[in-house]
Design a protein around this ligand. Structure first.
Ligand SMILES: Nc1nc2c(ncn2[C@@H]2O[C@H](COP(=O)(O)OP(=O)(O)OP(=O)(O)O)[C@@H](O)[C@H]2O)c(=O)[nH]1
Ligand SMILES: [Mg+2]
Length: 194
């Protein structure tokens, strides 16, 4: 079975739950007292997708402002970016939009963007409606899910959707590492014009 390594980075405000999402996905656990990330942290998880194995190389970046300049190191060369906001913090949704702009300007042209509205267990404190977020995600052709790292809602689904958006080796008609870039150029034009 073919093994593909997919570099994925997580971006978003501090405290939105990026590390908690990764922790839930990789370890299937949740730590309410998790510390803010310093710099970035790295984890991997391999899942089967159809006839391929997808090894996610996950770069979990730090959301604190002082680490912002490091982000390009992590989104550069990424197959996908998961941009996380907190459904109980409107401000974190604005930050997400800034990340989308930055990725458009400086990110890999063909990057798959996934938007995760985390902490969907905290419905009473909701500030961002699911409809608005979904409409925004649709307008930029991004994957959209509301997640709860705490209650393990939509975490596996988030990564599954990323797997589905990555063109399979079979359908791209090229072998690993050869000509892949050329095949992926067309979506670049579409993504940057909206
Ligand atoms: N209720 C609830 N709390 C969550 C959820 N996910 C994370 N949290 C809490 O939110 C806080 C921040 O979580 P982190 O995972 O450290 O957030 P982060 O985005 O990695 O933050 P930085 O590393 O500073 O960028 C912690 O107290 C978590 O326990 C969730 O789905 N629901
Ligand atoms: Mg973190």
């Amino acid at each position: 079975m073919a093994l593909r390594e997919l570099k994925v980075c997580l971006l978003g405000d501090t405290g939105v739950g990026k590390s908690s999402i990764v922790w839930r996905f990789v370890e299937d656990s949740f730590d309410p007292n998790i510390n803010p990330t310093i710099g970035a942290s790295f984890m991997t998880k391999t899942v089967q997708h159809q006839s391929e194995l997808h090894k996610f190389l996950i770069w979990d970046t730090a959301g604190q402002e002082r680490f912002r300049a490091l982000a390009p190191m992590y989104y550069r060369g990424s197959a996908a970016a998961i941009i996380v906001y907190d459904i109980t913090k409107e401000e974190s949704f604005q930050t997400l939009k800034n990340w989308v702009k930055e990725l458009r300007q400086h990110g890999p042209p063909n990057i798959v963007v996934a938007i995760a509205g985390n902490k969907c267990d905290l419905t009473d404190a909701r500030e961002v409606s699911e409809r608005d977020a979904k409409d925004y995600a649709d307008s930029i052709h991004a994957i959209f899910v509301e997640t709860s790292a705490k209650n393990a809602i939509n975490i596996n689904e988030l990564f599954l959707e990323i797997s589905q958006r990555i063109p399979s080796m079979d359908s791209s008609g090229v072998s690993a590492g050869k000509g892949f870039k050329l095949r992926r150029q067309p979506s670049e034009t579409r993504r940057s014009c909206c």
